[in-house]
Design a protein around this ligand. Structure first.
Ligand SMILES: *Cc1c(COP(=O)(O)O)cnc(C)c1O
Length: 372
């Protein structure tokens, strides 16, 4: 009996991408095996921490790395590290930040919510947020103004589809922080394949979710300078305790990084492009929609399928029908009021894609008006 039957759970087709509410990603057999091998064993956890630091450095070119429970935890712990460093008294005092620089600058358009507001992940460490610019625009001057305030401990930036307004020039923003002598942190949780680009901005650390495109067990990767990474690890004796990495997630990250480095990335990208192209060709034949290839807006090396739905059909209703059928199919419906549904195919196998295409065709033919 499988997990679904044993625990009376619903097997879904997830065309929503790395979605937390749907279990995020699928780890490979190799990663699953590494985790299963680690679970019954003891380890010197500091050694595991050192090995994962070396592996992250090797895979990304950064000086060092650490992991936390997830990226939300990594945000809180990295902000704590920026305020308390490795000072045991300060680490023990958090979230009381009375004698520390405790203000975090964040572009207003980067105040994203990923199920939780990023502002809360910052406040959890005892810091407060200074928003720079407006939702629509944050110039380097706006950042400079905010960074010149008192008690600034770091600059926090987000690289994600969730940000609002004109894109912030991340490299210029990092430079502005460094001119003020404070570190820059980038939350790139769903940007694992772009880690190198984000590090190239000069950011002190980049935060990445292991369970998103790396497809490891749940983990927040903190990737960057020796100094800040050391301070992040030091928080495990403070507020980082409840956000600590596990032996199984650490071993899973090690296995996933190894697989990622051995992978033929050009082939991976070509395979993803072929899946999207075949889906677009098939879906474009259906009545009531047109299908096209939608490149990732942040520059991830993958496209999604964009379905433009006739107003007469109603994209919201179509998404709802896909979700209540068997198996339930989840698609990205954020822009459904404008008639757009988006599908991410990356983790789906051929059989699932076939079911998806068939069901989409059935739902659309069912809503098609008979010819007069
Ligand atoms: C998913 C996400 C997070 C949270 O990551 P977890 O690993 O689930 O805690 C934070 N920031 C952004 C931009 C995200 O997409």
């Amino acid at each position: 009996m499988g997990t679904y039957e044993r625990h009376r759970l619903t097997d879904v087709i997830n065309a929503k991408g790395t979605n937390t509410a749907l279990g995020v990603s699928r780890s490979s057999a190799k990663v699953a095996e590494a985790v299963a091998e680690a679970l019954p064993e003891f380890f010197v956890m500091k050694e595991l921490g050192d090995r994962v630091s070396e592996a992250i450095a090797h895979a990304t070119g950064a000086q060092a790395g650490a992991i936390t429970h997830c990226t939300s935890a990594a945000i809180t712990v990295t902000i704590a590290a920026a305020m308390a460093g490795t000072d045991p008294d300060r680490i023990a005092a958090l979230p009381d930040t009375r004698d520390m620089h405790n203000r975090v600058v964040l572009p207003a358009g980067h105040a994203v919510a990923y199920g939780q507001s990023i502002l809360q992940a910052v406040r959890l460490a005892g810091a407060s947020v200074v928003l720079a610019g407006s939702e629509n625009r944050c110039s380097t001057d706006d950042l400079d103004d905010a960074l010149s305030g008192s008690e600034i401990t770091c600059l926090l930036l987000v690289s994600s589809r969730l940000t609002h307004g004109e894109p912030v020039d991340l490299t210029a923003a990092v430079r502005a922080a460094h001119r003020r002598g404070v570190p820059a942190i980038i939350d790139g949780a769903a940007q694992f394949p772009r880690t190198a680009d984000l590090l190239a901005t000069g950011a002190d650390v980049v935060l990445i979710s292991g369970q998103k495109y790396l497809a490891s067990p749940t983990a927040g990767l903190v990737i960057g300078t020796q100094r800040l990474v050391r301070a992040v690890r030091a928080q495990e004796n403070g507020i980082g305790r409840g956000m600590k990495p596990t032996k199984e997630s650490t071993v899973g990250v090690l296995a996933a990084l190894e697989e990622w480095q051995a992978m033929d990335r050009a082939k991976w990208e070509a395979d993803q492009a072929a899946k999207v192209a075949a889906f677009v060709r098939a879906a474009d034949e259906f009545p009531g929609i047109s299908a096209s290839d939608l490149p990732d807006p942040t520059g991830l090396p993958l496209s999604r399928v964009l379905l433009t739905v006739d107003p007469a059909i109603d994209a919201t209703a179509l998404a709802a029908k896909l979700q209540i059928g068997h198996p339930p199919i989840y698609v990205i419906a954020d822009d459904a009021p404008a008639g757009h549904l988006v599908l991410e195919l990356v983790p789906l196998d051929d059989d699932e894609i076939e079911v998806l295409v068939t069901r989409l065709g059935m739902e659309l033919r069912a809503t098609e008006k008979p010819p007069v």
